[in-house]
Design a protein around this ligand. Structure first.
Ligand code: XMP
Ligand code: MG
Length: 192
């Protein structure tokens, strides 16, 4: 799927496919250096992290295992509440493992905060986060909701708008786009 397949549903390409791959290559160099000589377990958060997991894992020289978790955040509409339910848990035992959580996007950071608390209780040797995208709210330290989760590797900081593509969906659509883009208003606000 590419921009031409979206007709007038696409408002703008924010980060194109080449930019994504170039940034993942840079992050892979950092991660390879940081985990030299260690076994690394990548934990992808379904479904959004599928693309970044696949491309990041292939950009790394470090030998990795990949495991997956699916969580659902109870929230009103597009806002997440920080109350999370595990839909699919990991197969791997995290005890004494070096764990890197791979995320598509960190918005308020509430989902990730919950996930990090949950995973750290399982006794990993280390626990870090790599996210392709981060919205402004997640950068604000000491907000009223508490300290945002520490994210060691960030692909791109983006404006606070709703984005799709490269794993991210709107109503399960557009995940297969190779770029990150924004949607035309008529798609998600019909009649407005
Ligand atoms: P929080 O606010 O807990 O939310 O950090 C993170 C989750 O919210 C979803 N999310 C988005 N999904 N486009 C999407 O397709 C977006 O712009 C967007 N912003 C947040 C996503 O599931 C993420 O894991
Ligand atoms: Mg997600």
């Amino acid at each position: 799927m590419d921009a031409n397949d979206m007709g007038d549903d696409l408002a703008a390409v924010l980060i194109d496919a080449d930019q994504i791959q170039a940034r993942l290559a840079e992050l892979a160099i950092e991660i390879d250096a940081d985990y030299a000589g260690k076994d690394l377990l990548l934990v992808g958060v379904l479904k959004g992290a599928v693309m970044v997991m696949a491309d990041l894992a292939r950009a790394l020289h470090t030998a990795v295992e990949m495991d997956w978790m699916a969580v659902s955040s109870y929230g009103s509409g597009t806002r997440s509440s920080g109350v999370v339910r595990i839909i699919k848990d990991l197969d791997a035992d995290l005890t004494d493992r070096h764990v890197l959580v791979v995320e598509d996007i960190v918005d308020s950071g509430l989902t990730l905060s919950w996930l990090l608390r949950n995973l750290s209780s399982r006794g990993p040797a280390s626990l870090e986060v790599c996210t392709l995208l981060r919205k402004p709210e997640a950068q604000q330290a000491g907000s009223s909701k508490g300290e945002p989760p520490r994210v060691r590797y960030v692909g791109f900081d983006i404006p606070p708008e709703f984005v799709v593509g490269y794993g991210l969906d709107y109503a399960e659509k557009y995940r297969s786009l190779p770029f990150v883009g924004s949607l035309a208003r008529h798609v998600y606000r019909p009649g407005k």
